[in-house]
Ligand binder design. Structure first.
Ligand SMILES: Nc1nc2c(ncn2[C@@H]2O[C@H](COP(=O)(O)OP(=O)(O)O)[C@@H](O)[C@H]2O)c(=O)[nH]1
Ligand SMILES: [Mg+2]
Length: 439
C-alpha cells in the first residue's frame, strides 16, 4: 500500500538532511518536490498547492531545537499536515441498537466482497450479529455471489430472488432480522457501470424510506481522481456518511486516500486491502500518515495480532515450549494477519526492503506448512530427532527437498531460541510487551 508514494516522499524529505538549519532556501526545493509528487499521485491540483504552501510556511517559521535534526522536524511538519488533510469528522463506524449500513457505489467497486468483510469485522470487533441483505437484483449472479461468500464465512443472509422492489426486500429483511436476532443489517445494493439516473433514484428511494445509520460509498482506490467526481455525484443525491476505499493492496498511487476527505468533506471509514475476508482495515489518518512516511503502522499490526491471539482458543498452551504444531499455528496466524510482506510493511523500517528476500521467505513459509503436515504426530511434538531418513521421508511427503526440511528445522530452532531468551514468552506476549514498553 502506498509503496511508490512512500518512496518518493522519503527521498524528498532526505533533501533536508545534512542541513544544520531549516531555511527558506533549503526547504523550498523539498516543498516543490512534494507538490510534484502529490500531483503525480493524483492529488487534486488545488489541494496539493494548499497543503504544500502550509508545509512551507510552517517549516520556515519553525525553530529547530539543537537536539533534533532539520529532517526530523520537517518530517513532523509534513506528517501533521498529511494527518490534517485526511482527517474529517468521525472516522469510526456509527453503530446503534439496530444499525443499517447501506453499501453503494459503481459496479465492480468491491461492494459485495466488502459486505462480507464488514460483517465479519462488526461481528468480531463489536460482537454484533449482522445480516447481509441482497439488493443487487439486476445481475442474476449477484445474489448467488453474496450467498456463497456468506456460507463460506458462516454469515447470515437475506434474499428474495423473485422480488423486484428493493424497498420491499429491505422492509422484509428488517422483519426477518427481528425474528432471527440480527442487530445489524448490511445492504448490498446494485451498481452500474457509470453514474445513472435509475441507480440514483433507487438509492434515494431507499434513504428516503428507511432510517439508514451509515450510507457508505465504496470506491475503487485504483481509479484515481475520477473517483472524486463519482463521489461528488453520489453525495449530491444520497447524503453519504463515509467512504470505503477498496483495492488498496494494488498499485494505487494513494492520491484518493489523501484527498477524498477534503474534496467531498466526508471521512474515509474503512479500507479494503485484498480479496480475503480479513483484508479490511480501519482508516486512521495518523496511522496512514505514518505508513506513508515510512514509519510503519505498529498499532494496526498489534491489533491484528491481538485478534489472532483471541482466535486461538487454547491460549495457555502458548506459554509452554515451542513444538512444530505451534509453529504451524504461528504461520497460519501470520497468514491471517496478511502474510510476511504486509507485516513488514507495518514495521517501522526505513531502509528499502529487499523484495526478493521477502518473496523467498514467503515461499519457504508456505513449504514449512506442508513439511509440518508430513511429519508424524510424534515428530510434530518434537519427541523424535529428525535424522536423514526421516528428513527424506518428510521431504518426499511434502513435495519439497531435504534442504527445505533443514531450513524449517533452522527456523524452528531460531524461534525456540528467541522464546527461551524471552523466558518462554510467545510471540503475542512479546508484541504486547513491546506495545506496553516493557521490552
Ligand atoms: N485486489 C483486490 N480485489 C478486490 C478488492 N475488493 C474487491 N476486489 C475484487 O474486485 C472485483 C469486484 O468486486 P465486487 O465485490 O463483485 O464488486 P461490486 O460490483 O461492487 O459488488 C472482484 O473480483 C473482487 O474480488 C480488494 O480490496 N483488493
Ligand atoms: Mg456486487
Amino acid at each position: 500500500m502506498f509503496e511508490s508514494l512512500k518512496k518518493k516522499l522519503q527521498s524528498a524529505l532526505h533533501l533536508i538532511s545534512g542541513n544544520s538549519r531549516i531555511t527558506r532556501g533549503n526547504i523550498s526545493e523539498a516543498v516543490k518536490n512534494i507538490r510534484r509528487i502529490l500531483y503525480q499521485s493524483d492529488v487534486n491540483f488545488k489541494i496539493a498547492k494548499e497543503i504544500t504552501e502550509k508545509i512551507e510556511e510552517e517549516a520556515i517559521g519553525t525553530e529547530v531545537h539543537v537536539s533534533l535534526n532539520p529532517e526530523q522536524v520537517f518530517t513532523k511538519i509534513v506528517n501533521d499536515n498529511l494527518i490534517q488533510l485526511m482527517s474529517c469528522g468521525n472516522h469510526n463506524l456509527i453503530l446503534s441498537d439496530k444499525t443499517i449500513i447501506l453499501l453503494i457505489g459503481l459496479q465492480g467497486a468491491g461492494k459485495t466482497t466488502f459486505a462480507h468483510k464488514l460483517a465479519k469485522y462488526v461481528k468480531d470487533k463489536f460482537n454484533k450479529k449482522p445480516l447481509l441483505v441482497a439488493c443487487d437484483i439486476y445481475r442474476p449472479a449477484a445474489i448467488e455471489q453474496l450467498e456463497i461468500l456468506a456460507k463460506d464465512n458462516g454469515l447470515d443472509i437475506f434474499k428474495e430472488e423473485k422480488e423486484k422492489n428493493v424497498n420491499k426486500i429491505i422492509k422484509d429483511s428488517i422483519d426477518f432480522s427481528t425474528k432471527n436476532g440480527n442487530n445489524l443489517l448490511i445492504v448490498d445494493t446494485a451498481g452500474r457501470q457509470t453514474v445513472d439516473k435509475d441507480m440514483m433514484s433507487e438509492l434515494k428511494n431507499i434513504t428516503d424510506n428507511f432510517k439508514i445509520t451509515e450510507s457508505l460509498l465504496v470506491l475503487d482506490g485504483m481509479i484515481g481522481q475520477t473517483s472524486v467526481e463519482i463521489a461528488k455525484s453520489f453525495n449530491e443525491i444520497v447524503n453519504i456518511t463515509g467512504v470505503v476505499l477498496t483495492k488498496m493492496d494494488g498499485d494505487s498511487n494513494g492520491g484518493v486516500a489523501l484527498s477524498i476527505a477534503k474534496s467531498i468533506n466526508k471521512p474515509i471509514k474503512l479500507i479494503s486491502i485484498g480479496e480475503k475476508i480479513n483484508d479490511i482495515e480501519e482508516f486512521h489518518p495518523d496511522r496512514i500518515a505514518n505508513k506513508i512516511l515510512g514509519k510503519g503502522d505498529i498499532v494496526t499490526l498489534v491489533e491484528k495480532i491481538e485478534n489472532e491471539s483471541k482466535r486461538l482458543k487454547d491460549d495457555s498452551s502458548y506459554t509452554s515450549k515451542l513444538n512444530y504444531i505451534k509453529l504451524k499455528e504461528y504461520i497460519e496466524s501470520l497468514e491471517n494477519i496478511g502474510g510476511t510482506k504486509r507485516v513488514i510493511e507495518m514495521l517501522p523500517l526505513n531502509d528499502n526492503i529487499d523484495e526478493n528476500a521477502i518473496e523467498s521467505n514467503s515461499t519457504h513459509i508456505k513449504k514449512t506448512k506442508y513439511i509440518i503436515d508430513s511429519m508424524t504426530p510424534n515428530e510434530r511434538k518434537c519427541f523424535s530427532k529428525l535424522d536423514l531418513s526421516r528428513k527424506k521421508r518428510i521431504a518426499r511427503g511434502s513435495g519439497t527437498k531435504v534442504e527445505d526440511v533443514n531450513k524449517t528445522i533452522k527456523l524452528f530452532e531460531r524461534i525456540a531460541d528467541v522464546q527461551s531468551k524471552l523466558k518462554g514468552k510467545n510471540m503475542f506476549q512479546i508484541i504486547n510487551d513491546l506495545k506496553n514498553g516493557k521490552l
